[in-house]
Design a protein around this ligand. Sequence first.
Ligand SMILES: Cc1cc2nc3c(=O)[nH]c(=O)nc-3n(C[C@H](O)[C@H](O)[C@H](O)COP(=O)(O)O)c2cc1C
Length: 367
Amino acid sequence: MAKLFEKINFGQLQLQNKIVIAPMCQYSALEGEVSYWHEQQWANYALSGAGLCIVEATAVQDIGRISYADLGLWNDIQRAKIKALLAKVKSLSPMPFGVQLAHAGRKASCHKPWDGGGQIAPDQALGWQTVSASELAFAEHDHPPHALTTDEIQQVIQDFATAARRAVDAGFDLIEVHAAHGYLLHQFMSPLSNQRTDAYGGSLENRIRLTLEVFQAIQAAVPEGYPIGVRISASDWMGEQGWDVQSSIGLSTALEQLGAVYIHVSSAGLHREQQIDVKPNYQVGFAAQIKQQVNIPVITVGLITQAQQAEQILQQEQADAIGLARAILYEPRWPWHAAAELGAQIAIAPQYLRCQPHGLKNLFHSF
Ligand SMILES: Cc1cc2nc3c(=O)[nH]c(=O)nc-3n(C[C@H](O)[C@H](O)[C@H](O)COP(=O)(O)O)c2cc1C
């Protein structure tokens, strides 16, 4: 039996297999609202055979968007449009949908990647003043962020909680807190971007405070037992000066104690001079180290593209679930092919049952 196709629980949410569609910004929202692009994409995901889809970074404040075309949940129109779309895509398959709640901090106010991706200055059309832990810009020529006051930090926490309430109401089955990739929560955690001298800066305990408070505020805002996971960057890839795997273990154990249902282990994004050795499985070692210290599921992600590769990671107990981003964009039926290759069975929409390839018996069954 392939481990990749065993069920797994994230808290009270059961996944039919261990394939998780990782969050991927689409830069296709208008005023933070889902568009026709999201309709086709979420429908594709729903029919992919994956165990869970985590929808792209979705901003809790308008200034928390990476670009003006990001999705948001800072108002009720956004919630209503997502709710209508989720009702549609959930009529296609029982696959659960989670949402990644995010604030981009100093990495906000950018062009879409295919328009160059750089920062848009606050005095330019479609740009705004960014915020962060300290007044340290991400890129040399970026307009420096405003360092959040204590009151403004409280507002960020509240806005994560309000967005979480909207996410539940919209019909999402899970919330992932985006604490990775150099965005606001990560900016507070890394000593390279946080030079504060108040309760949110200095010691590790102080630097992880905002992430833990955001987690707790979300938890208080959603129904009891509603699953909340957290995505982290396990390392800044900046040597001893940066956030590292030991700090990540401290953060992960604190999140586990608060009730996080998983840790999704990514890395990097905080500093422009990061030195990453990008290759297949390049983040699996981080997941494995964290997995040894927590009892909740650990998702690994990053250049996992092959079924056997994913299966081996699970067989070797380096992680509990596999996040896929680019590979599933490239081939949205990746889980079908993986099931075929690993000799497993996969549940698909009954409308598609007749396309089972000749010679492959019992690959498909209906939802
Ligand atoms: C188009 C695209 C958009 C992405 N957007 C997000 C995002 O919204 N939130 C996030 O945490 N990571 C985001 N990522 C990172 C992926 O979730 C993933 O961690 C990364 O691509 C490595 O996995 P892969 O090798 O399977 O692609 C994005 C990646 C891509 C390719």
